[in-house]
Write a protein that binds this ligand. Structure first.
Ligand SMILES: *Cc1c(COP(=O)(O)O)cnc(C)c1O
Length: 387
């Protein structure tokens, strides 16, 4: 059996160990320390906006703190894009609040402005103003930032930007993660850069950052003894993990180019295959890091199903994966409210994520191309027979 080709695997740059060694040499193995500050500064500089970044143990932790800072509490309602990873929605429930899920639109696969406004109006009519909106840049593709921000502003509801998959993406030249009242990044093992596990909260002023640091370090009041006036969390990033992050920041621009090259490879590969579309930017306003390259099959025009292709790739030890299963279709959220139609559901049924790592070799791309050609050649044979 040939070596496994992963959907998205960690890709070190080389200097990560240097920063970890520095931490060891200074015995700064405890949490916090110079790598944490350095990583936060690297991120703020990369995002190129007046932002304050807080490095945390996970993107999920960042989302949780964002909800807390937006005042979400027990019994509140929070609007959330349905087409996403469950970590976007779970922190709503941590707060004792209720998610209200909203469908996607077909251009960016992200939260639909029309369904969003319908949801807000209907929740208000039912007596509750949603406390926050969580919008996601899925697979690195920016959501419709102008439309969604406009609606959030119109109803005065804070927008939380889940940019966990979109570090390196931009909308109209501005970095994803900087548009919302708060932004969320993830450095989980499969993301575009990794700290082996970690995340960050993007804030817009020092007070917000101080609050996030306070809450993420057990909410200790200013006192020589341990005194607490708030519930705290142990969510801060460690100095070791941040050392990996600093090394990864040195190669992030290169990683974006490499992921985008994988996307170009699939564009080329599928360009003459009937009934398959590679998920791409709708206009030049959108610049995706193409964290994962994904395709969508037209069930009326392709004899191949996403599952056929997934199994054929698996036979050659190549990992691929269905798109995120929408939250409103998840057993755990079966009781939640939902607004919209079947866009997210149809994406889930007809889509597939393909190997997208920045470390894919020529030989691996060749193996992928061979399987895809073989699977879709069968389709052509079927077509000529039926014609
Ligand atoms: C990865 C991810 C998260 C969670 O980040 P972790 O660092 O794994 O906690 C949240 N939202 C989306 C859309 C993600 O892809």
């Amino acid at each position: 059996m040939e070596d496994k080709i992963w959907l998205s695997s960690p890709h070190m740059g080389g200097n990560e160990l240097k920063y970890i060694h520095e931490a060891f040499d200074t015995n700064w193995v405890a949490p916090l320390g110079p790598n944490v500050n350095g990583f936060e500064e690297d991120l703020a500089q990369y995002l190129q906006e007046e932002v304050k970044v807080v490095a945390l143990s996970a993107g999920t932790a960042a989302l949780h703190l964002a909800l807390i800072q937006c005042g979400v509490g027990y019994g509140d309602e929070v609007i959330c894009q349905s087409m996403t990873f469950s970590a976007s929605a779970n922190p709503i429930v941590y707060q004792g609040a209720f998610p209200v899920f909203v469908d996607s639109e077909p251009e960016t696969w992200n939260i639909c402005p029309f369904a969003l406004e319908e949801a807000i109006k209907d929740r208000i009519a039912k007596g509750k103003v949603p406390k926050a909106i969580i919008a996601v840049h899925l697979y690195g593709m920016p959501f419709k930032v102008d439309e969604i921000s406009g609606i959030a502003a119109k109803y005065n509801i804070p927008l939380i930007e889940d940019a966990a998959e979109a570090l390196g993406s931009t909308y109209k030249g501005k970095a994803c993660g900087t548009f919302g009242r708060m932004g969320v990044l993830s450095f989980n093992g499969n993301k575009i850069i990794t700290t082996s596990g970690g995340g960050a909260l993007v804030c817009h002023n020092q007070h917000e950052k101080d609050t996030a640091v306070f809450l993420s370090t057990q909410a200790r009041d200013q006192a020589p003894h341990y005194q607490h006036s708030h519930i705290g969390y142990n969510y801060r990033m460690s100095n070791i993990a941040a050392g990996i992050g600093r090394g990864q920041m040195e190669v992030l621009p290169e990683r974006v180019i490499q992921r985008r090259k994988a996307h170009d490879f699939y564009r080329e590969l599928f360009h003459d295959i009937e009934g398959v579309k590679v998920f791409s930017e709708p206009t030049s306003d959108y610049y995706s890091n193409h964290w994962l390259s994904a395709i969508i099959l037209n069930p009326n025009r392709s004899q191949v199903t996403p599952e056929d292709l997934r199994l054929a790739l698996l036979e050659s030890n190549i990992e691929s994966r269905p798109l995120w299963k929408p939250m409103h279709l998840q057993p755990i959220f079966s009781g939640a409210s939902y607004y919209g139609g079947k866009v997210a559901q149809e994406l889930f049924e007809n889509g597939l994520c393909l190997p997208s790592g920045s470390n894919l070799t020529e030989n691996e791309l060749h193996r992928i191309a061979q399987v895809i050609h073989r699977v879709f050649k069968k389709q052509y044979h079927l077509e000529t027979k039926t014609n």
